[in-house]
Design a protein around this ligand. Structure first.
Ligand SMILES: C[S@@+](CC[C@H](N)C(=O)[O-])C[C@H]1O[C@@H](n2cnc3c(N)ncnc32)[C@H](O)[C@@H]1O
Length: 419
């Protein structure tokens, strides 16, 4: 009735729930289809497989209280960090990708727009004065025109002259997005692929428009002053080098990589050009979960994993070993989390189930098995639909040959409690 009177009135349809095997429940109320994951401050710099902030907010409200300590050992662009900041939870996060840590820092550092506008003017004035520096890294001329290299070098120098670290980092994130846009790489792909239609890029204009957008996003998001100042700690570190005390964490919300970065999401390739320009080390694709070859051993606590591995082995022994290497690393990172969490506290482990050689890998169930072997009880697994914009689409060129069925349509929020 109401819709007939107000044709544009938006009414969410009744959420649908369906019980599925392995403790899964498909619950459409977690989809948030009409609200973009990249809204507000989460629109600052793209990042692959980013959390939907409304999912994180709901999990924080359901499983933690103000003042709690929340951990995300694979924090990516810092959605959990920001949600902790605005919901008064302390936060500690790790990521092996220094670009992710920089984005997370900028998104979680409110700075007044008037000050950032002043600094943008400073950069523009500086840009006219500074000399371009010599810049070199592998394949630089394949990815950038000569004039673009010179302009990016002047821009970087102008930004580096800002003495305030927070403001400097803010503009380095805008610079990183400028690098991507001004390069010959396809902006819409996570992997490094050269665009066919390469037109001349005006570096300063691109940077200015990205910076103005980011200033607006940050200012709009933090317009209300924060009522509390929780402690937000961001570390550029491999989870295997983490220094988290035993039983110190109240809640884990995290999403590990979906598989090895060669065949799923290539975080390293996504970040490589930016990291070269920022002078940061790229070790993501070398050190991400599953990047080191490993022979299959029988010591992982998930019978289901071995059933699927058997089927993959029949088709391709090498792929089976690669898949195993990923789960071996996943199990050992889960060990670290399991020790860090306090008793009677929760873990929300968000995974995707990809296919290898046509066989679906039920990572949600395998992760639940791993946690259960370490004293956790599996409560349920929420299945939600994800927007394709956050992940490579089926048959996109970003999928390597033989991995055409890597596409994520759903994610699995595995909820566990430590007993
Ligand atoms: C699915 S993404 C997380 C995205 C994040 N939830 C967000 O909202 O942006 C997984 C992250 O794990 C990181 N990663 C991979 N291996 C890691 C390791 N061994 N230690 C720490 N981080 C790692 C990757 O760099 C990537 O940022």
């Amino acid at each position: 009735m109401r819709q007939a009177i107000f044709p544009f009135f938006y009414e969410e349809s009744e959420p649908q729930k369906e019980e599925l095997p392995y403790g899964r429940v498909r619950d459409t109320s977690w989809d948030y289809r009409d609200i973009q994951a990249g809204s507000g401050v989460y629109g600052i710099h793209p990042y692959p497989a980013m959390f939907h902030f409304l999912v994180v907010r709901r999990l924080l409200n359901a499983f933690s209280a103000e003042g709690d300590l929340v951990l995300d050992p694979f924090m990516g662009s810092g959605v959990v960090a920001v949600e902790c900041l605005i919901n008064n939870r302390n936060f500690v996060g790790y990521d092996i990708n220094p670009l992710a840590v920089l984005i997370a820092k900028v998104r979680s550092t409110p700075i007044p727009a008037s000050y950032l506008l002043e600094m943008l003017r400073f950069i523009e004035i500086n840009y006219e004065k500074v000399e371009a520096e010599e810049v070199d890294f592998p394949n630089i001329n394949y990815w950038f025109d000569k004039e673009v290299i010179s302009a990016l070098s002047k821009l970087r120098k102008s930004i580096r002259e800002i003495s305030d670290e927070d403001a400097r980092d803010f503009f380095l994130v805008s610079f990183s997005e400028t690098v991507r846009k001004a390069s010959k790489a396809d902006y819409n792909e996570f992997k490094l692929l050269r665009r066919k239609d390469v037109s001349n890029a005006n570096v300063l204009n691109i940077f200015k428009s990205i910076s103005l957008r980011n200033i607006g996003l940050l200012d709009g998001f933090y317009r209300e002053p924060l009522a509390h100042k929780p402690k937000i700690t961001l570390k550029s570190k491999n989870i295997f080098e983490a220094d988290i005390s035993e039983e110190s964490v109240d809640l884990v919300i995290t999403s590990p990589p979906y598989g090895d970065s060669r065949t799923t999401v290539a975080y390293g390739q996504f970040s490589r050009l930016s990291l070269y320009w920022l002078g940061l080390e790229e070790r993501v694709d070398r050190e991400s979960l599953g990047s080191k070859a490993r022979d299959i051993t029988d010591d992982l606590p998930s019978p289901l994993l071995y059933e699927v591995l058997e089927r993959i082995k029949e088709k391709d022994q090498k792929r089976a070993r690669e898949v195993f290497a990923f789960y071996w690393d996943l199990f050992h990172s889960i060990n670290i989390l399991a020790r860090a969490v306090k008793k009677n506290r929760f873990v929300c482990f968000v995974v995707g189930n990809r296919k290898v050689k046509g066989e679906e890998l039920p990572t949600d169930k395998i992760s639940a098995d791993f946690f259960q072997s370490l004293g956790f009880k599996h409560l349920r697994t929420i299945v939600r639909a994800i927007s394709n914009k956050r992940m490579p689409a089926e048959n996109a060129p970003s999928n390597i040959k033989g991995e055409r069925d890597f596409t994520m349509r759903q994610e699995y929020i595995v909820i566990l409690v430590k007993e």
